[in-house]
Design a binder for this molecule. Structure first.
Ligand SMILES: [Mn+2]
Length: 324
């Protein structure tokens, strides 16, 4: 598959790279690192996302070149590369339709639920981050790893492994990271930007979650539901609600955590996390049309907040009872 990728890159001049909506560090870091590598090869590269780059990642070199999708009818690059996107629909509201008939789609991802929607599919699961695959692809292309590329990949891998805390952190991951440090990553500076500069908006939402979260099922499930109007009341944007599940999951004794966010368009966004390998939250997500990894998954579904919460919590309890 790497051979098909290299052949395709060498045979074309123009590329569009896109990742999932509401991009995280892996989505942005993978987009940027691959984009910078292809640009270093002299290729024309457009970087897209349906949502803007979160402020936390805006300092990365090239982040200001990630733009919104081209207009309908505009000429598209010869090759479309999707990174860190486990499902074609997760490109967003417009992209799946806009790019549906693209003749050359490369799908680079690490989600086990990825169905292989590209013409070339490089899906490596379990891989700690899409950035780990991009690392190998850049090496395979023979492009010299510059410090901006290394910064982007460090961001991708560090954020998707919870700062190297998750069990996905293998010796190979740490060897890749050692390599990135040798390419000039300044770990202290980068980690300060990534983890010690939290927007005030985010902290206000975090306080709301801590004040209203629920721990139940003998202390084994923690969850929080954000009703419509909450973001407006707190005066915060969409970005501030991104990592809320990390707040509820740290409660001692909790095995599964969930966040339910009323998106105020008739849909509910659900984030699921498991701390117990016996409980696979990707299966729970798949039951409701979502997907993800065994320990971290998500759903976006039509519904009313309380009814959706009740249905998902019931499924979680069923899975927990089966796992015992
Ligand atoms: Mn990822």
């Amino acid at each position: 598959m790497y051979k098909d990728f290299i052949t395709t890159v060498n045979a074309h001049e123009s590329f569009g790279i896109i990742s999932h909506f509401r991009p995280d560090g892996d989505a942005i870091g993978s987009t940027l690192a691959l984009g910078l590598a292809l640009r270093a090869m002299g290729k024309q590269v457009s970087l897209w996302n349906e949502d803007s780059v979160p402020s936390r990642y805006a300092f990365l070199t090239g982040a200001d070149t990630i733009g919104s999708l081209p207009e309908a009818g505009a000429e598209l690059p010869q090759v479309l590369i999707c990174v860190d996107t486990g499902d074609w629909k997760r490109l967003g509201d417009i992209a799946p339709e806009r790019f549906r008939d693209h003749p050359c789609i490369i799908n680079i991802d690490h989600h086990g639920t990825n169905p292989g929607y590209g013409h070339i599919n490089i899906v490596e699961s379990p891989s700690a981050a899409c950035g780990c695959i991009i690392f190998k692809l850049i090496k395979a292309l023979g492009v010299e790893m510059t410090t901006p590329m290394a910064d982007a990949l460090y961001t991708a891998i560090s954020t998707d492994t919870g700062s190297f805390q998750y069990s996905s952190t293998t010796p190979e991951v740490l060897r890749q990271v050692a390599d990135l440090l040798e390419c000039g990553v300044d770990v202290g500076r980068l980690n300060c930007r990534l983890y010690q500069e939290i927007p005030w908006d985010t902290l206000r939402v975090n306080a709301e979650v801590l004040n209203n979260m629920v721990v139940e099922h003998q202390g084994q499930i923690s969850h929080y539901a954000m009703p419509a109007g909450t973001k407006a009341r707190l005066g915060v944007g969409l970005e501030a609600t991104k990592d809320l599940v990390d707040i509820v999951r740290v409660v001692e004794g909790v095995r599964v955590s969930a966040i339910f966010e009323d998106l105020e368009d008739g849909r509910i966004r659900i984030s699921l996390r498991s701390k117990d390998p016996a409980i696979n939250v990707a299966n729970i997500a798949a039951h409701f049309g979502g997907g993800g990894h065994a320990m971290a998954a998500g759903i976006r579904m039509k519904g009313e907040l309380n009814a959706t919460k009740a249905a998902v919590l019931e499924k979680i309890k069923e899975e927990m009872n089966n796992a015992q």
